[in-house]
Design a protein around this ligand. Structure first.
Ligand code: DX5
Ligand code: ZN
Length: 226
């Protein structure tokens, strides 16, 4: 049975109570906290910067999975590494020298990840697969939480998993956007190892039950505490 890692996204949390939101992620049985950084240019929305990550760092020992949805992500690598990010994922569409930036992230002792939006083909990241720890496949067009998963993106996950096997590589495959009870099993079956969940975590009365559900959804038994 495959048990996914779960990374709740703080984008869906109440921004007036971020410390408590991170603590609720820690208590829920989730594995990472996912932090969406939006610049109003790469995506049509703004979220927060490195100070938020630094201030939240003391609220949890869970790995911080920082997802940069920004142009020129290279300018933000050091600030987010200093702030306490464990994984730093940026978009292949946002920069030319993605390979160099992955090396820079690793040199700072952090784990590099590469992401791609729904319209970007896998060929755009093929040359990076050997130098990343995670590929974050966007399963919605990034910018906002609460959207529905685009089913065509799961085929991309499937092809990426096949590519990983063929190349004998070990990066994690994350899926981000529209993941929850209804879609988790489809994403895991397609090859996802990490489920990012925003509204399906913070929008629910008992987020820990959602984590247990998606972690148990491939068991063939009544899932988790669902
Ligand atoms: C979307 C962000 C996601 C978002 C997911 O641009 O990258 O991490 O928070 O939210 P849900 O799970 O609500 O689709
Ligand atoms: Zn994200």
């Amino acid at each position: 049975m495959k048990v996914p890692l779960v990374a709740p996204s703080l984008l869906a949390a109440d921004f007036s109570a971020m410390g408590a939101a991170v603590e609720s992620i820690s208590r829920s049985g989730a594995d990472w906290a996912h932090l969406d950084v939006m610049d109003g240019r790469f995506v049509p929305n703004l979220s927060f910067g490195p100070k938020m990550v630094a201030d939240l760092r003391g609220c949890s020992t869970l790995p911080f999975d920082v997802h940069l949805m920004t142009v020129e992500p290279e300018s933000l690598i050091a600030p987010f590494a200093d702030a306490g990010a464990d994984l730093i994922t940026f978009h292949v569409e946002a920069t030319v020298h993605a390979h160099r930036h992955c090396e820079a992230i690793r040199k700072l002792g952090r784990r590099p990840g590469i992401s791609l939006v729904p319209s970007t083909p896998l060929s755009a990241i093929e040359e990076l697969l050997a130098v990343v720890d995670q590929v974050l496949v966007m399963t919605v067009n990034p910018g906002f939480g609460g959207q529905s998963l685009l089913p065509s993106c799961l085929d991309k996950v499937r092809r990426l998993a096949a590519m990983r096997k063929r190349l004998g590589l070990g990066f994690l495959i994350s899926v981000d956007g529209g993941i929850g009870r209804d879609t988790a099993a489809l994403a895991i079956e397609a090859g996802a190892d990490v489920l990012v969940m925003g509204s399906a975590f913070f929008g629910m009365p008992e987020p820990a039950r959602e984590v247990a559900f998606v972690k148990g959804c491939m068991s063939g038994l009544e899932p988790g505490m669902g």
